[in-house]
Write a protein that binds this ligand. Structure first.
Ligand SMILES: [Zn+2]
Length: 318
């Protein structure tokens, strides 16, 4: 995205099934961004893990739902093609290119994308948020086989009466790390909303989640903030100025990023610095998400689709 890294938020997260999470079945998998568990050979045993790309997909679709409750046009449908009435941001850029528009560089792609593409990326630009694969902590969870009794409840009846087996996991702890790089404060705040919903069990994982399976809970272990370069903040009277990319990156305005982008939060810990990186660590639930929440709310409520995209996206009607 940018040539240099100016800030990064690293979130260590534990995810636990809260009831059966379907990892495998005889049913053709549902389309869309499902978070399917898969197995990998690790330490000599087959072990269940959660691919980071699947986790990111689930977080993305939840973020889209949150955004649309505020402002429908703030989130495109990333699966919508060029011929659909409301193409995705990527498809809109493809059309702009097809029509001979010049100057479709990365700043333009960022500036004109919907808020969700700005955070999660698209075929036109890398996202700010990355998720690692989630591996079992301690004893790996053993998948359990269950037969298909009652399966019609969540296959919608298409496989009614068919004989097949399911594999589920019902316990275990999976550790993953979210990396948010070169973020704006509203993006960090939106991640806070996602973490809260994960904690509250509102984000389902695995297959069959639309049918009530896949309840899980996420727990933040710690949040680390890194600032790089000469504009890294210092503690001032028990407060830490959190700086988004708009306060750290000189060319931010070309990307349509708000400048300055800073909010002061109470911080009781100590900053450490190795001369390159200034680091603040917030253990467990101590990160002040509530204090930055309004950055997301204001950004999404005030969102208006750029005219260059409105020509193709139809004004966010859905
Ligand atoms: Zn988009």
């Amino acid at each position: 995205m940018f040539k240099q890294l100016v800030n990064e938020c690293v979130i260590d997260l534990h995810i636990r099934p809260d009831g059966p999470v379907l990892i495998k079945s005889g049913i053709a998998t549902v389309s869309g961004p499902d978070m399917a568990f898969v197995t990998v050979l690790r330490n000599g045993d087959w072990e269940v893990y959660l691919p980071g790309s699947s986790l990111k997909g689930v977080l993305r679709s939840h973020a889209e739902r949150i955004a649309r409750t505020f402002t429908p046009e703030a989130a495109c449908d990333p699966f919508a093609k060029k011929d659909d009435p409301e193409p995705s941001c990527s498809a809109c850029f493809d059309k702009r290119k097809d029509e001979g528009e010049n100057g479709l560089d990365t700043p333009t792609a960022y500036r004109d994308s919907c808020l969700i593409c700005q955070l999660f990326g698209s075929t036109w630009m890398a996202g700010r948020l990355a998720t690692t694969d989630a591996y079992a902590v301690g004893e790996p969870s053993q998948p359990q086989r269950r037969d298909g009794v009652g399966i019609d409840r969540f296959t919608g009846g298409t496989a009614y009466g068919a004989k097949f087996e399911l594999e589920v996991i019902t316990e275990g702890t999976f550790a993953t790390t979210l990396h948010l790089r070169n973020f704006e404060l509203w993006q960090l705040a939106l991640v806070g909303f996602l973490l809260q919903d994960l904690k509250d069990g509102l984000i389902r994982i695995g297959m069959g989640k639309s049918r009530g399976l896949g309840k899980a809970r996420g727990e933040v272990k710690d949040v680390r903030l890194d600032f790089l370069g000469p504009k890294a903040p210092q503690i001032d009277d028990g407060h830490l100025p959190l700086r988004g990319v708009g306060s750290l990156f000189d060319e931010a305005e070309a990307y349509g990023i708000t400048t300055p982008d800073e909010i002061s939060v109470p911080f009781e810990g100590e900053l450490t610095s190795n001369g390159v990186r200034t680091t603040a660590i917030f253990p467990l639930d101590s990160f002040p998400w509530a204090q930055i929440a309004e950055r997301w709310v204001n950004r999404v409520q005030g969102y208006s689709m750029p005219e260059a995209m409105r020509r193709y996206r139809g004004g966010g009607r859905r």
